[in-house]
Unconditional design. Sequence first.
Length: 275
Amino acid sequence: MFLSLGTVDSARLIGVREYVRGMSDTLVKTRADAPPQFFEAEAAGLMWLAAAGGARVVEVIDVRPGRIELARVDETRPTPDAARAFGARLAATHAAGADAFGSPPAGWDGPLFIGRRPLAIAHETSWGRFYARDRVLPYLEIAVDVGGVSRGQLPVIRQAVERIDSGELDDDEPPARLHGDLWNGNLLWDAAGGILIDPAAHGGHRETDLAMLALFGAPYLDEITEGYDAAAPLRAGWRDRIPLHQLHPLAVHAASYGPSYGRALTEAAEATLAL
C-alpha cells in the first residue's frame, strides 16, 4: 500500500529550502534564528552520506553559525534510467550502515534536526523501540496539543505506536545510513543523475527513506525502487509496510501543518495495525 499525498505546496513541507543565491557556482542558505549548530548538523549529515560512496550528495563549501554554502546544482528533469541508477546508489548509501538505530553521523556530537524541529539521538538495538519513542511519539504529542491530531484519532495512533514499540515489527535489518528527510524536494536532478540535499541523517531502517519518497510523489518512483531492489533486494511485503515507515514524517507534519496530516497519520496507523 502506497500512502501518497501527491503534489503539495513545497513551502509547507519538512525540508523547505531557503536558498539565497551567492556566487554563480554556489548557493547560500541562511537563517537568522537558527538554533545552535543547526547548519553544522546539516553539513555533518551531508558529509556522512557522501562518505558512503553511494548516492551523490551536494558538496558543502562552507558552514558557520546561521549559514551554509553549498555547490549549486544545475537542475534538469530526471529520466527513468537516472531514477534506476539513483535507486541503486541509494541502496549503497544505506548499506554503508550506522552505529545504531537513532545514531548521529559518525563524529558528530551536536544536535540533530528535521526541518526546524529537533530530532532525537538514540543508540538503540531495537528499531521498533527507537522508532516509536524517538520518531513518532514526540511529534504526536505536539500534534495533539496544537490540534493537528484530534482526541478521537489518538487511540488508534497510540495502538500502532505501542505495537511498534513492542518489537513485534522488528526484523533482522541492520541500521542503515539514512538521509532521514527524503521527500522529493530533497532529491535534485542534474545531467549526471540524482543528488541529495537537506538531510536529517541518522541510523534507521532503510525502508523509511523509500516510504518518505512515496509520501509526496517522487518522479519515477517505480524506477527508483526497481533500481534499489535490483541492487539490494527488499524484504517481502515492503510495500505493505510503507504506511508504517510514513508514521514519522506524518507525525512531524501533523505537529506543524494541521488536521489533514492528522487524518493521514490515522490512516497510516490503521494500516500499521493491519500488518
